[in-house]
Design a protein around this ligand. Sequence first.
Ligand SMILES: C[S@@+](CC[C@H](N)C(=O)[O-])C[C@H]1O[C@@H](n2cnc3c(N)ncnc32)[C@H](O)[C@@H]1O
Length: 208
Amino acid sequence: MSTYDYKIQDFMYQKIKNIKEPTIIEFGVKEGRSTKIFLEICKNNDGKLFSIDTDDYSSLFTNPKWNFIQSRDDNFSYLENKLPKKFDIIYLDSTHEAEHVEKIFYYYFKKLNVNGYFFVDDISWLPYLKSENRNNFYCEINNKKTFDRLLSIYLNNVENFDIEFNFISSGMCAIYKKKDELNNKKKIATREFSLKNILKKIFYKFKK
Ligand SMILES: C[S@@+](CC[C@H](N)C(=O)[O-])C[C@H]1O[C@@H](n2cnc3c(N)ncnc32)[C@H](O)[C@@H]1O
């Protein structure tokens, strides 16, 4: 199994494999690796899958449980009548930029059923560091920003959803919806760069 498969199998599939008659929305199809897994769940649990991509992947699968829609994921007015009103699972693997992820999350969270899952792929920046095998400036910066942004949304929503991160391969975030409410994000006012912490570091450096 590839690291991508481990990430999907161990982290995502385990959480959703028992959801009965799930309505699944997938943003980003490309090679259809995630599509294939969702179609397996649809087959086992009598679900339906709606996949959205800007490129035409309509001939990737012929499966009565699959609906492909060629569109941007943020073309909300166009998708409004093409998608069901409520979903159980949302998987976001399209544009990996913090602003985009935030926009999609705030729009679609209200359409997610309570007890449903919202997955965001590619939240780890570690494989993209200059010293690492995927060395990529854009992915390093964007994935770290997306990770921080999801945490700042969570900070003001701890009652409304649970959040988990997985760091296998390019990482994944799982959000479990608890309530039909969603607050604005909140700045994470860390004391990491405070004078107190700087003095603490100096103190321990000289203590050694
Ligand atoms: C990382 S790939 C998806 C990989 C796929 N989940 C898989 O398992 O093979 C990203 C896909 O998102 C599509 N995409 C990028 N931006 C998009 C957007 N704003 N709306 C819809 N699709 C988008 C691209 O065309 C590409 O096919």
